[in-house]
Design a protein around this ligand. Structure first.
Ligand code: ARG
Length: 470
């Protein structure tokens, strides 16, 4: 006997080089408790099919319980001779309860349907953890938005910042509005995970065997229910060969990383001397070993960097899956490390990122000062003219003329005199000044989704409602 799961037809054991290449315990050991849960469920299915006596089944459950407690306290560790988590735990179970009973458990299952099931269980659990961490970040953004919304009664005092397109000043917006734009993107990631869970939870592959199903009268639905699934796989080939559930999880992780990286990039910009929009909390920023004055946005920079890593994990995985023939191929062992890394990355990144966002201190005076600069109220002039009955094509020209005149004079729009406005067009009466304040500008954008303080307050309530329901 070679000590391997497949000893029978081999005269000798595998070469050490093959063993080294084949081994996956250094990364799949983290699935141990899921493997044990699968074995408990499988023992029940075997007993229900009359393939284990009640006594044998009880012996197996007791042996598995003992392995689980040693796994949890860290004393159970794979040997270098163990190929993967499934083989290692089967060897340990046999050592625990003896070969006569322990050797019965493998009937009707394969590592192919085992791994396809356990990997789903692992990702289902971590999708819940990641969801909670993303929601914490959404809440930190919502709290910051709340704190900068001004007086709820008068609607005054909301922080206004320069809204940008092409990174150029475009139109003034509420800081709260801008922060929640990031929150909505993250909430969609949460929704994607919920959608993913709905699909995966109905699809337990146990019972698919190696690829063709099993002949022992086992009930896959029983195993599915025991493991917390709502249903079992309809096609055993699909059950053992498909990994789109892994790629989809990796995509949501990558998209989440990309969404976080967009906040990160803005924090990095905002913390520069040139912007001066935010100060980072001492506990959520770093210094320099040589330059005593430095305060660096390392959390945001790491977030930006880790987004690349998350995208890489997705790309690597899809490349592994491309053109892979049905059914199971050993290539599929390469599916785990990338997505384990994506899980680990998000679980270490999100708490730090949320702490940084929650403790940002905004220089709202600086933002307010810059908000009207760069002629960001030119659109307000054009839309004011439209409300006076001027066609937009003409209004756009006239507002552009105001900007040109200001550039010639080196002034801002609200510094044009009544005469200078009138010279540009008789339509530009002194009343145009009503829209030449950033407060007037944001208040005028009062349609659903707009940046008017009253709308943004409604938006915050809508966001918080969805967070509470998530
Ligand atoms: N460790 C393998 C994996 O992660 C599962 C074992 C299947 N091995 C096999 N020779 N059929 O995919």
């Amino acid at each position: 006997n070679t000590g391997k799961l497949w000893g029978g037809r081999f005269a000798g054991g595998p070469s050490p080089e093959l063993d080294a290449l084949s081994r996956s315990t250094h990364f799949d050991w983290r699935l141990g408790l899921y493997d044990i849960a699968g074995s408990h469920a499988h023992a029940r299915a075997l007993a229900a099919a009359g393939l284990l006596t009640a006594e044998e089944e009880a012996t197996l459950h007791a042996g598995l319980d003992s392995l689980a407690s040693r796994f949890t306290d860290g004393t159970l560790q794979p040997d270098p001779s163990d190929e993967d988590v499934h083989g290692a735990l089967e060897r340990m179970l046999i050592e625990e309860v003896g070969p006569d009973v322990g050797g019965r458990l493998r009937a009707g299952r394969s590592r192919n349907d085992q791994i396809a099931t356990l990997f789903r269980c692992y990702l289902l659990d971590h999708s819940v953890t990641v969801t909670g961490l993303v929601l914490d970040l959404v809440e930190a953004l919502a709290d910051q938005a709340d704190q900068h919304l001004g007086d709820p009664d008068t609607g005054g005092g909301a922080a206004i910042m320069p809204g940008r397109t092409h990174l150029q000043h475009a139109q003034p917006v509420l800081l709260s509005h801008h922060l929640m734009a990031h929150a909505w993107a993250l909430l969609r990631d949460v929704d994607r995970l919920a959608d993913w869970r709905r699909r995966v939870a109905g699809d337990s592959p146990y019972g698919s065997g190696a690829l063709a199903g099993q002949s022992l009268g086992l009930d896959p639905e029983l195993v599915a229910r025991e493991l917390g699934f709502t249903g079992s796989t309809a096609n055993s080939i699909d059950g053992t060969a498909s990994r789109d559930f892994v790629a989809e999880f990796a995509f949501v992780a990558a998209q989440t990383g990309v969404d976080i990286s967009r906040i990160a990039e803005e924090i990095i910009l905002w913390a520069t001397r040139e912007f001066g929009f935010v100060t980072l909390h001492d506990s959520w920023s770093t210094g320099s070993s040589i330059m005593p004055q430095k305060k660096n946005p390392d959390i945001s920079e790491l977030a930006r960097g880790k987004a690349g890593r998350l995208v890489g994990n997705l790309t690597g995985l899809l490349t592994t899956l491309k053109a892979l023939p049905l059914a199971y191929n050993r290539d599929l062992q390469e599916d785990k490390e990338p997505v384990f890394d994506s899980v680990d990355t998000l679980e270490v990144l999100l708490p730090a990122f949320t702490g940084q966002v929650a403790t940002l201190v905004f220089d709202t005076a600086r933002m307010a000062e810059l908000a009207p600069q760069g002629f960001s109220l030119a659109t307000d002039i054009a839309e004011w003219l439209v409300r006076q009955g001027v066609p937009f094509r003409v209004a756009h020209e006239l507002a552009g003329g105001c900007v040109r005149r200001c550039e010639e004079l080196g002034i801002e729009l609200d510094e044009l005199t009544d005469d200078q406005f009138a010279e540009i067009s008789p339509h530009l009466t002194p009343e145009v000044r009503d829209v030449l304040t950033v407060e007037g500008s944001v208040a005028s954008r009062d349609g659903r989704g707009g940046t008017a303080p009253a709308r943004v307050r409604e938006q915050l309530a809508e966001l918080r409602g969805l967070v509470a329901a998530a």
